[in-house]
Design a protein around this ligand. Structure first.
Ligand code: FAD
Length: 387
């Protein structure tokens, strides 16, 4: 699974610059994350200082404009490199929570004012503040156009009432990009507000989950919560478009996550199969196991080929919406298959806490649900394909 071969990079999309950046992120993961991940999983959240260290390592700002304190790069492959290297720690919760600004901040970057970028994006990319995106509600997540949290205008404030749930980094976030209803029913009545921690009328409670333990997930409550109008991102009732602008990127990064964790499971299973003896022979010599490993790698490599191609197309400002939906489904299905087979190859050792494959196996479903569930991705792809 090496990216490189004796004759150079295995993929034409990755340059020396990407590989240098990879080395930088890898050092950060080895130094600041690998030895602490079990402790953070048990604690149910990441330490705040990790965000500052990640900012220093160039992990938080990559792909964001320099005017917001980011690091501009020519393509999305730097994001895939970050995903792949963070995934080596074996915790999807780490990626979800450390990188929650990856879904929370782009709407502000894309349609916010310079002052809003200064207030709401720059401190996040510096690792001083934590950002979260709050769209999903207890009444439903897939049907984004029908959110029920309301924001009624009173002078230079909006008064927000309602609730959001399943929000990643929701307990620790200082700045929350929140979708609210300011207008009529449907997608034309949605606006985005940045709601700051400590705003009167805003409270939250923690949720326990199957996986992603070190990612704090919350339900948010807004009770007559007064938010300044200057915190509105973009025009009133134009919030849905601001959310949609980032969907392709978000889904490509979720596919990258699924691919990176599938690859990790494959590597763990391969190493174990080489080491483990059964009936007097290494497991890797058994045809059944060899075929399982080849099947796993076949799926993983197919995902990577499509991931790189679509990442390149999106970097070229193309909008391959149907293909991105299908990629997300292919990648998450691959992760479910590969993680299951990896646990099977490790046998009892794969079922024990502390094994990377055990954790990844518990974390597979969330990627098939979040960021557009499998069924929703198929519906959208079918519409885009003109069915
Ligand atoms: C750990 C975790 C972290 C998350 N983080 C965030 C976050 O940071 N911010 C945020 O806003 N949200 C977040 N989410 C929410 C996530 O985006 C939603 O769970 C997702 O969009 C699905 O919404 P739902 O759970 O309400 O399911 P529902 O919309 O109720 O759907 C339930 C099931 O029915 C299927 N379904 C729905 N409609 C149809 C249909 N018309 N036809 C066929 N099938 C259908 C869905 O695909 C799904 O399988 C997170 C979720 C989890 C689990």
């Amino acid at each position: 699974m090496n990216q490189r071969t004796a004759s150079g990079p295995a993929s034409p999309f990755y340059t020396e610059d990407h590989e240098n950046f990879r080395a930088q992120v890898r050092r950060f993961v080895d130094r600041e994350i690998a030895h602490h991940i079990e402790q953070w999983e048990a604690a149910g959240e990441l330490p705040r200082e990790l965000h500052r260290k990640a900012a220093e390592a160039g992990v938080l700002g990559v792909g964001f404009p320099e005017t917001c304190g980011g690091i501009e790069v020519p393509d999305g492959f730097y994001g895939i490199v970050v995903t792949e290297e963070l995934a080596r720690a074996g915790s999807g919760g780490l990626l979800a929570s450390l990188m929650s600004h990856g879904i929370a901040s782009p709407p502000i970057v894309n349609v916010g004012t310079p002052e809003q970028k200064e207030r709401f994006v720059a401190p996040v990319l510096a690792g001083d503040k934590i950002a979260a995106l709050a769209i999903t509600e207890p009444s439903g997540g897939s049907d984004v156009a029908n959110i029920r949290t309301t924001a009624r205008r009173e002078g230079d404030h909006y008064v927000v009432n309602g609730s959001k749930t399943f929000i990643t980094s929701g307990m620790r976030a200082d700045l929350l990009t929140v979708a609210v209803r300011t207008g009529d029913a449907g997608l034309g009545g949605v606006s985005l507000l940045v709601i700051e921690a400590g705003t009167p009328g805003f409270t939250r409670s923690k949720l326990e989950k199957m996986g992603w333990w070190c990612s704090d997930t919350a339900t948010l409550y807004f009770d007559e919560c007064r938010v300044p109008v200057v915190n509105r991102i973009g025009a009133e009732n134009a919030g849905f478009m601001a959310i949609m602008l980032n969907f392709n990127n978000e889904r490509i990064m979720l596919a990258a996550q699924a691919w990176a964790f599938a690859k990790l499971c494959y590597e763990e299973a391969l190493a174990y199969a080489r080491e483990r003896q059964t009936f007097g022979k290494p497991l890797i010599t058994r045809q059944v196991i060899r075929h399982k490993l080849v099947d796993m790698k076949t799926q993983i490599d197919a995902v990577k080929a499509q991931l790189d191609l679509l990442c390149w197309r999106v970097s070229k400002r193309q909008m391959p919406v149907a293909e991105v939906c299908m990629l997300k489904n292919l990648a998450t299905r691959t992760l479910e298959d590969v993680a299951g087979e990896a646990v099977q190859i490790l046998g009892g050792a794969g079922y024990l806490r502390g094994a990377k494959v055990e954790r990844v196996f518990r974390e597979t479903k969330v990627l098939s649900i979040g960021g557009g569930a499998t069924e929703i991705m198929k519906d959208l792809a079918a519409r885009q394909l003109g069915y």
